[in-house]
Design a protein around this ligand. Sequence first.
Ligand code: ADP
Ligand code: MG
Length: 405
Amino acid sequence: MAKALLSDLSDAALQGLRVLVRADLNVPLDAAGEVSDDTRIRASLPTLARLTSAGARVVLLSHLGRPKGVPDPAFSLAPVARALAAALDAPVRFVPQLVGPSVDEAIRSLGDGELLLLENTRFDPGETANDPALAEVLGGYGDLFVNDAFGTAHRAHASTEGVARHIRAGGGQAVAGLLLARELRFLGGALSAPERPFVAILGGAKISGKIDVVEALLPRVDRLLIGGAMANTFLLALGFDVGRSLVEPDRVDMARELLERAGESLILPVDVRVADEIAPDATVRVAARGGVRPEERIGDIGPDTERLFADEIRAAKTVLWNGPMGVFEMTPFREGTVGVARAAADASAAGAITVLGGGDSAAAAEVAGVADDLTHISTGGGASLEFLAGSPLPGIEALSEGENQ
Ligand code: ADP
Ligand code: MG
């Protein structure tokens, strides 16, 4: 699994080298078409700054949104080029094409330490089809390939998997960028060699999307804490009435089987916060898990559960968290998630490694004000789940093997 890393290359080796970088600059745009949240751009800066300061000639690729394999002005990377230039505090050249003479000319005239961004990879139908012909063209843009796009590492696309294989077949190297390496270090480290106690917390909307993660984590963790709507299906499997809560009835048998297998390591809510409707102005009642009325819905874990979970988390040396404990987007159902977030921050402060994955979970960490207190917040939603479930990620598999690791 040890992959070649950008951090293993010297500045001298990068000086004057044409380096093709695949980043994840898939940022949200506002109504005026400007970047409304530059988190992903900032996450890409360490790799880009390392390369330009070493004097590399950087050709940068990314996708944005889901255009249908044809150019679509609504998904142009032009505003991203402007936001990237501002974040880097350096000029960013932009060519509104992915392939063609103007691209070739721009690459030829690129100077040492300069950066060129090409147009959205998904404007070309060959991208998601992982067309070898497109991979070959892209492979011609650099003598070294750096993949820093963890968020798309679970997809075998021409600008991720295809180009890495092409460059390696031609004798070149394909390495993990600084951000990707960080993801591998923290997510991979939690799975392969966690310091114990290792406590995982899972929540969110559905058990079905995360069943493989539960399966992969169960034999590795000391404790698996389950909250969110995911817990409802388990509560149903234990025979508790969950009223009109969000559940997956077709997963109850599976939940029961997991409970039997997990024994004491799997901990479910002992109480919940319920309301007649999940709404921003809902009146909330705390109920024991056996006390949910038929007309009620579970919107959050209860205060006793919050304490139970927080105690486990604070005692941990490794904490892995994916999925909010309740409908944290609405104030009445926020407390369980905030409680868990604060406990994770406390664990961090006490020296534990705390890793958070998932788009909504990252938003929840912001809401709870602990985003800067955790060890690592993964930039990949689907990719982090697949990685945690133990699935090989094509974008990572395709990279060169590392030495002496
Ligand atoms: P992530 O993006 O972090 O992987 P998910 O997408 O799996 O997380 O789940 C997040 C969603 O789960 C949130 O929108 C939240 O409102 C919802 N959720 C959590 N608990 C409940 C619940 N008890 N009932 C309904 N929805 C819930
Ligand atoms: Mg989500």
